[in-house]
Design a protein around this ligand. Structure first.
Ligand code: COA
Length: 182
């Protein structure tokens, strides 16, 4: 397989590049994917996989702050992971996540994402840890609210030596944003 991998820093993609990526992601996720789901990843570092100039796979890593046990973690939050429907199962998801995780390791203290149910085993097999503790969010007015949602499947990827630091006995707290908080 001869593919090209492009890493685009925030703001580097043209509107046309972004429109192609959004179309691919929307098609892969189906009707449940809403505009704010796409917007959450737009300002991130984009991983784009192409073959003969055709876009086949995409992921975005957005910088967020997650808090745990009184400590703030610069977090690479993964959004809009998708492989074009007719190209799934040929290893492109693996390639896109290899690059995504490299970005997180280089630039962040922690990785996190909220997986759709069908993709949860894909992340678990890559060493992402399903978060089984409570989740909360910091609100703009300084309060902390509970964010439990039955559809959330939050995974964290902790860096070397960090795995034992996170236990489900304390909540994982995200920063505020419009749309789904996780
Ligand atoms: C999930 C997705 C990104 C995986 O990409 P892919 O190109 O099909 O996956 P790959 O071919 O690279 O598979 C890599 C490995 O993961 C496994 N895998 C892929 N999808 C899987 C799934 N849904 N559940 C369990 N394992 C999965 C493969 O069997 C393979 O295992 P191996 O390394 O032992 O051979 C892709 O199916 C997709 O875009 N789905 C629709 C959108 C979506 O759900 N995105 C994720 C949102 S959180």
């Amino acid at each position: 397989m001869v593919i090209d991998v492009m890493i685009a820093e925030p703001g580097e993609l043209t509107q046309q590049d972004l429109a192609s990526a959004e179309a691919l992601v929307r098609a892969a996720f189906g009707d449940s994917f809403r505009t704010h789901d796409w917007l959450h990843g737009v300002d991130g570092v984009h991983v784009l996989i192409t073959e003969d100039d055709a876009l086949l796979a995409h992921a975005s890593v957005v910088t967020r702050t997650l808090r745990y046990d009184g400590e703030a973690f610069a977090t690479g939050y993964v959004e809009s992971v998708a492989v074009r429907s007719d190209q799934q199962g040929r290893g492109l998801g693996r390639v896109v996540m290899d690059h995504t995780e490299s970005i997180i390791r280089a630039q962040h203290q922690l990785g996190a994402l909220n997986a759709v149910e069908s993709a949860a085993p894909f992340y678990a097999a890559r060493g992402w840890m399903l978060w089984t503790g409570h989740t909360q969010a910091d609100t703009p007015d300084g309060a902390v609210i509970d964010t439990y949602h039955p559809d959330d499947r939050i995974f964290v990827l902790s860096m070397a030596n960090g795995a034992q630091r996170f236990s489900a006995s304390l909540p994982l707290i995200c920063d505020w944003r419009v749309g789904d908080l996780w």
